[in-house]
Ligand binder design. Structure first.
Ligand code: NDP
Length: 412
């Protein structure tokens, strides 16, 4: 059912794109790739949360027809500044502005690069409207994988993964296995292998991890990313979220998703076949490669990424993940076994815990404690529709916050 989206784009020649989260790490990399390929793409809309200065400059440069901010005051300020600058960009300020843009007929492709659960509403709107959805916002899939797949099937939307690991798997899978999770893995495919850098604390003892600072947790050894995913990489919750994301994206049971630590981050993930073949996708640790792949698929475009120099990189290493020091990995598998409500619960707990850590209210090692407690103790219900998902997310957040306030002591 993905073919219709590609045909639309091919017939008009120019692909019109809305970039959600345009001021973030993935958003700015996306605009960089679009600028390099400006004759094939038109930026139709840009959205952000509250960074008025960054999106203002982007609007002047890319001249989108519309823009929107999640924060209403920021939206008014952006509108005022664009008016003074004599820009033609219209700022939508209604509460459903992001969903309106996602479903706009003038938009063919949506880059979903908002961070966290906040990206879910516009992603649902884009999928329901049958868009070509380039999915960086992994939390959407983690929380609403079943529903998003149902909506995509009904609308004809195709969801192309941007997360580097899933984009790597997308490239290594047989053609018939892409964009159609209902099929599950094709007969010849054995397992999916997600690679993980291991994050900044790969070699730390559990005791050392008790006292790490926010600054240390934010500095990823290989990738330059936004704060939330950087902390997730440090706890390896990111790899856990990616197990869940892969399970929904490719219609595969968690038992067929392996995780291997590869500290150099050159192999972005792999697919094993039953004849013993392993197909891997390699490249620099630069998000512009998966972004360009998702934008142009099934074609290829320039991404501005330097080629890999195999002679200089010399050797690559692989090791097993340590689920005792990084318990969030096992929590993700447990959540998948419990079902779609539980993956949303784990995501909500983690978003609360990461925010509390960044704000200095809990220790790094408390993140996995909060996630474990909430996943084990919260009474999970199975969401039947999008409203259920939003209610479940809200009540889980309240439960997680209460646990933090009552049971987790502040760092000294
Ligand atoms: P950033 O924190 O760098 O950027 C987040 C973007 O979302 C910003 O544009 C921000 O706007 C916007 N935003 C934040 N909160 C809201 C909100 N409540 N409503 C609407 N917009 C909001 O994140 P990243 O680019 O690092 O990550 C984006 C997504 O991509 C995440 O889901 C992440 O897991 C995934 N991803 C990221 C990778 C990376 O390399 N960074 C790699 C693979 C996946 P503002 O600037 O105004 O705050």
């Amino acid at each position: 059912y993905y073919l219709c989206c590609c045909v639309d784009v091919a017939m008009s020649g120019i692909d019109t794109i809305a970039v959600f989260g345009s001021t973030g790490s993935v958003g700015t990399s996306t605009l960089d790739v679009l600028e390099r390929n400006h004759s094939n793409y038109q930026v139709a809309a840009l959205t952000a949360n509250c960074n008025v200065e960054a999106i203002f400059q982007q609007c002047l440069k890319f001249k989108p027809a519309t823009a929107a901010m999640a924060d209403p005051h920021a939206g008014i300020e952006l509108s005022r500044r664009l008016l003074v600058a004599d820009s033609d960009t219209v700022v939508l300020t209604t509460t459903d502005a992001l969903e309106q843009i996602a479903a706009d007929d003038a938009v063919q492709t949506v880059m979903a690069a908002i961070v966290g659960f906040a990206g879910l509403r516009p992603t649902i709107a884009a999928v329901k409207a049958g868009k070509r959805v380039l999915l960086a916002n992994k939390e959407s899939m983690v929380v609403a994988g079943d529903l998003l797949n149902q909506f995509a099937k009904a609308s004809g939307a195709c969801i192309i993964p941007v997360d580097s690991e899933h984009n790597a798997i997308f490239q290594c899978l047989p053609e018939s296995n892409r964009c159609d999770p209902e099929k599950g893995l094709q007969a010849g495919v054995s397992t999916l292998v997600l690679t993980a850098s291991g994050g900044p604390f790969r070699e730390y003892t559990a005791l050392q991890m008790e006292t790490v600072t926010v600054e240390q947790a934010l500095s990823h050894p290989n990738w330059d990313m936004g704060p939330k995913i950087s902390i997730d990489s440090a706890t390896m919750m990111n790899k856990g979220l990616e197990i869940i994301e892969a399970s929904y994206l490719f219609g595969v049971d968690e038992s067929r998703i392996e995780v291997v630590v590869h500290p150099e981050s050159y192999v972005h993930s792999m697919v094993r076949y039953i004849d013993g073949s392993v197909l891997a996708q390699l490249g620099q640790a630069d998000m512009r490669t998966p972004i360009a792949n998702a934008l142009a698929w099934p074609d290829r475009i320039e991404a501005g990424v330097a080629p890999l120099d195999f002679i200089r990189l010399g050797s690559m290493h692989f090791e097993a993940p340590d689920t005792e020091r990084f318990p969030c990995l096992a929590l993700a598998r447990l959540a998948l076994k419990k079902g779609s409500g539980a993956t949303g619960v784990l995501n909500a707990a983690n978003e609360v815990a990461v925010e509390q850590f960044i704000n200095g209210r809990i220790r790094f090692s408390d993140i996995s404690r909060v996630n474990t407690h909430v996943l084990q103790s919260f009474a999970v219900t199975t969401p039947q529709n999008a409203d259920d998902l939003f209610r479940l997310d809200q009540s889980t957040r309240e439960f997680a916050l209460e646990y933090v306030e009552q049971s987790v002591s502040s760092p000294a």
